[in-house]
Design a binder for this molecule. Structure first.
Ligand SMILES: [Zn+2]
Length: 316
């Protein structure tokens, strides 16, 4: 049995997970990310101890602890290089946790960890070469190569969100211009739609839906409006799909995976989104008739973070 830890910007969730990836018991607490790293880590250790106690297990039942972080960690040392949302830089997370629990501790990026969960029990199951792309505030990714989570040589693993796909009207949080996540994340879709509305003054049902307050704009409103045929929304969604497809095709051309799963908040648009992506990819793929990766929706929800983190222990 393993402990999986999902460290998010707003919530820390921990869970007991068995060898088959089944989540048996979980607990959570607020991250309060404005605090120093050592206070947040202290809360993680307290939460794990409570989890084990309240599920009537002993620490000796736990074979290892896996932690998913919203950032990058060095593969060998388990030192967190950076988590922008948490304000962490060079935090020796693995060393601190191993000292506290005397168990092996493994750390990886949250999207990579979610890919591992999809590979174990979700829509990537059985696909030894596959990838998960999570589309939310940003774009994250995780890659499975030959049945193993690919985590690269420097902890970068899969930063598909920061691959350059064009020139954009605003810069990325990484300091460059043209990153995929500035074209094809929820944030990107919202920013471009606002720009369209403000610049073109075209009539749109989006304004009515928000009762005039554009600050309330969410990706869901845009996707729903596009489904209803609203011209502004359709234009914004088409641009979003165009660049997302470029990103996916780049991944396909480098990796040639069997399956790519789409997860994250935006994937709630379901088959509507999937059909648009499939159509665009089929029209734009290289080498015409060659068979390429199947695009599908991720199957797991929030539990992917805990389950995937725990599965790091199994895969090491
Ligand atoms: Zn970037």
């Amino acid at each position: 049995m393993y402990v999986g830890v999902d460290v998010g910007g707003t919530k820390i969730a921990v869970g007991l997970v068995d060898q088959d990836g089944q989540l048996l018991f979980q607990k959570s607490c607020p991250t309060r990310a404005e605090r120093p790293a050592h206070e947040v880590i202290e809360d993680i250790t307290v939460l794990i101890k409570k989890l084990v106690k309240e599920s009537h297990k002993e620490m000796t039942d736990i074979l290892g602890i896996g932690i998913g972080i919203p950032g990058m960690a060095e593969k060998d040392t388990g030192n967190v290089i950076e988590c922008v949302n948490l304000g962490w830089k060079h935090v020796p997370l693995k060393r601190l946790m191993e000292k506290e629990f005397d168990k092996p501790v493994y750390i990886d990026n949250d999207a990579s960890v979610a890919a591992l969960a999809e590979y174990e029990i979700g829509s990537l199951k059985g696909a030894d070469n596959s990838a998960l792309i999570t589309i939310g505030t940003g774009i994250g990714g995780g890659i499975i190569v030959n049945g193993k989570l690919h985590n690269g040589s420097h902890g970068i693993g899969c930063e598909i969100g920061h691959t350059i796909v064009g020139e954009n009207f605003y810069d990325c949080s990484c300091g460059r211009n043209g990153c995929l996540e500035t074209f094809a994340s929820a944030t990107a879709l919202i920013r471009y739609t606002k720009k369209l509305i403000e610049e073109t003054k075209e009539e749109t049902i989006i304004i009515d839906k928000l009762e005039g307050n554009l600050d309330l704009l969410e990706a869901k409103t845009i996707l729903d409006s596009a489904k209803e045929g609203d011209c502004v929304a359709v234009k914004a969604v088409n641009r979003f799909i165009k660049y997302l497809s470029i990103g996916l095709l780049n991944l396909i051309n480098i990796l040639d995976p069997e399956v790519i799963a789409i997860g994250g908040g935006v994937s709630k648009a379901g088959n509507y989104l999937l059909n648009l992506i499939e159509k665009n990819i089929n029209n734009n793929k290289a080498f015409g008739d060659m068979e390429i990766a199947k695009i599908t929706l991720a199957r797991l929800g929030n539990e992917a973070g805990i389950v995937g983190a725990a599965m790091l222990c199994k895969h090491m």
